[in-house]
Ligand binder design. Sequence first.
Ligand code: PNS
Length: 160
Amino acid sequence: MSKLAVYPGSFDPITNGHIDIITRGLRIFDHLIVAVICNPAKKPLFTIRERVEMIKEIFAGNPRVSVDSFEGLLVDYLKKVNAKIIIRGLRAFSDFENEFQMALMNRKLNRNIDTLFMMTSYRWFYTSSRLVKEVASYGGNIDEFVPENVSKRLKEKFGR
Ligand code: PNS
């Protein structure tokens, strides 16, 4: 039986911190589904299509990573793809409260689903999609924090 996990998120856009978690996850699981949430209420910078496309470009040629999008409850998506483990990355302490609330809510919604937290590399401790977007919007250099394809798209978005 192959071990499968779902790595959900907004990925608006994917950063090197996310990629670090995916790489670590692949040491434990045989297959990872990167599941991008389709939630227009959050007003993302990139469309769902763009976010999925960027992740696909990065993991093209890796058959152990698939990229998908979902709407609605995460636990319902896991049921649909027959997965039982959610992976989430943890950075600073500030992530804890929200992550614990989500994990406990997901467990209440479906007792068979567990959340596995993985710590990002120290290098990406302070990297977030939000800050990357902010720096890029003012023309700052974000090349250290995101892969090349994402950096290019951010520059295009902000007309630089
Ligand atoms: O990258 P993010 O924005 O921190 O990811 C948050 C995400 C997508 C994991 C979370 O918002 C989510 O799971 N949304 C789906 C809706 C849901 O299942 N809500 C109830 C459980 S918290």
